[in-house]
Design a protein around this ligand. Structure first.
Ligand code: GRF
Length: 180
């Protein structure tokens, strides 16, 4: 089966991008899109010799869509992309766009989801879902518990956050296994 073409959107450190970078030979092409010129994820792309685009501010969504169309992408993966994507752009990529979110959706949508679940003593986990116009609301494809609620009293928020990020990295690998 033909290898696939993937673009990964990031805003920061890129530890989840790194999971994909380390498996880049399983893809026909990989492109990193970043809205933050200082994001360490850009260094990670450079180290792997993977092309990257740094987005202007404000993000020119229309021209970005046109440029991305030329890449003949099979998918777009949002890995810690911290900007809300306009519904119009999402609609053009619906069914091909995936997002990683550090909670057991539909619970704890939005920001600071690990912290909020931790403070509530609720199960902390990770989800990968289709991106739709409504934030963190698309069909969930993969989900894993990182920290069951009963373990929360035994650990700090930092430890729970570390376990959640480790869980994210595993889930991104699982997503690749089934998407490729
Ligand atoms: C991840 O926790 C992701 O779920 C959240 O932002 C973080 C990105 O981490 N949206 P990294 O840049 O992949 O290390």
């Amino acid at each position: 089966m033909a290898k696939k073409r993937l673009a990964v959107f990031i805003s920061g450190n890129g530890t989840n991008l790194n999971v994909i970078l380390e498996r880049k030979t399983e893809l026909q092409s990989l492109l990193v899109i970043c809205n933050n010129p200082r994001a360490y994820g850009i260094e990670r792309a450079k180290e792997h010799g993977v092309p990257f685009w740094v987005l202007e501010k404000p993000i020119p969504w229309d021209s970005l869509h046109e440029r991305l169309e030329k890449e003949n992408l099979d998918g777009i993966f949002l890995a810690g992309f911290m900007k809300v994507i306009p519904a119009e752009f999402v609609k053009k990529w619906q069914g091909k766009m995936f997002n990683l979110h550090p909670s057991l959706l539909p619970h704890y949508k939005g920001l600071n989801s690990i912290e909020r679940a931790f403070e509530d003593g609720a199960d902390i986990g990770v989800s990968i879902h289709y991106v739709t116009a409504e934030v963190d609301a698309g069909e969930v494809l993969l989900q894993d518990i990182a920290v069951p609620s009963h373990q929360i009293p035994t650990m700090s928020l930092e430890e729970a956050t570390t376990k959640t990020h480790e869980c994210e990295h595993r889930l991104v690998g699982k997503w690749m296994d089934q998407w490729l």
